[in-house]
Design a protein around this ligand. Structure first.
Ligand SMILES: Nc1ncnc2c1ncn2[C@@H]1O[C@H](COP(=O)(O)OP(=O)(O)OP(=O)(O)O)[C@@H](O)[C@H]1O
Ligand SMILES: [Mg+2]
Length: 234
């Protein structure tokens, strides 16, 4: 579903990504871990088609992002650090706006349903600017999935969420996985990574240093592998 080959990214004479190779199958849920500044968000932005790689190949659904970027973007739901929401709009107005951009049918019903799913029906018509960090994140999650994307790219999605919202988010990811959605999720939260992902990738200094399956929700395995990589022990 996602095929990344020899990917590099250079900015200001600094090599941010230094030859990344990743293959992700349809329906897989993959966590990307790594220290601050490792290049995780940069990698996700390239896959989302927001920035261009310096060299290398990114293919999704068999299409090259360089040639078929527009076609690919329709299949992607991207949740960045920033919410992308319009502050003075309500959740309903935001979701309808983004839904229309993607050509979602019966967009109002879909928007109302999603606001309900993220537990904010009571605030359907209130401006987002008055929302707390966690409330904004809930609506941002709804925005990322308004068009029912085949590929979900999430950059630290659990940040700012309370326990209830974490459960909602995890259920969203798992429900979409059951429908065949492929998810790449950057996170610093090992527990969430172990709980909802099939596979873990560790990025360090712009390089992929580990890539393994995680079974039985083993947070110990994730913690151990991560520590080993960061200490540079092999
Ligand atoms: N446009 C840019 N120009 C110059 N350097 C950049 C640019 N974007 C990112 N960087 C640098 O690239 C490195 C990787 O940044 P990135 O945001 O991908 O890290 P990250 O792994 O997501 O970190 P975090 O865990 O803190 O979110 C950092 O050193 C950052 O300063
Ligand atoms: Mg980041």
């Amino acid at each position: 579903m996602i095929e990344i080959t020899k990917l590099t990214k250079q900015a200001d004479n600094k090599l941010i990504l230094r030859g990344i190779d990743i293959k992700v199958s349809k329906g897989e849920t993959v966590a990307i871990l790594g220290p601050n500044g490792a290049g995780k968000s940069t990698l996700l932005k390239i896959i989302a088609g927001l920035i261009k790689p310096t060299s290398g190949l990114v293919k999704m659904k068999g299409l090259d992002i360089k040639k078929d970027g527009f076609e690919i973007k329709k299949s992607i739901g991207y949740l960045p650090h920033a919410s992308l929401l319009y502050d003075h709009y309500s959740p309903l107005e935001n979701l309808v706006f983004f839904g229309k951009l993607y050509g979602v049918e019966q967009v109002e019903e879909r928007a109302v349903q999603l606001v309900k799913e993220v537990g904010l029906s009571f605030f359907l018509h209130d401006p987002v600017k008055n929302f707390s960090r966690g409330m904004v994140q809930r609506i941002a999650i709804a925005r990322a999935i308004i068009h029912d994307p085949e590929i979900l790219l999430l950059d630290e999605p659990h940040t700012g969420l309370d326990q209830g919202a974490m459960t909602i988010l995890n259920n969203v990811i798992l429900t979409m996985k059951n429908k065949g959605t492929t998810t790449l999720m950057v996170t610093h939260d090992f527990k969430q990574a172990a709980e909802i992902c099939d596979r873990i990738i560790i990025i360090k200094n712009g390089k992929l240093v580990d890539d393994f399956q995680v079974k039985d929700q083993s947070i110990e395995l994730v913690t151990e592998k991560y520590a080993r990589q960061l200490e540079g022990v092999s």
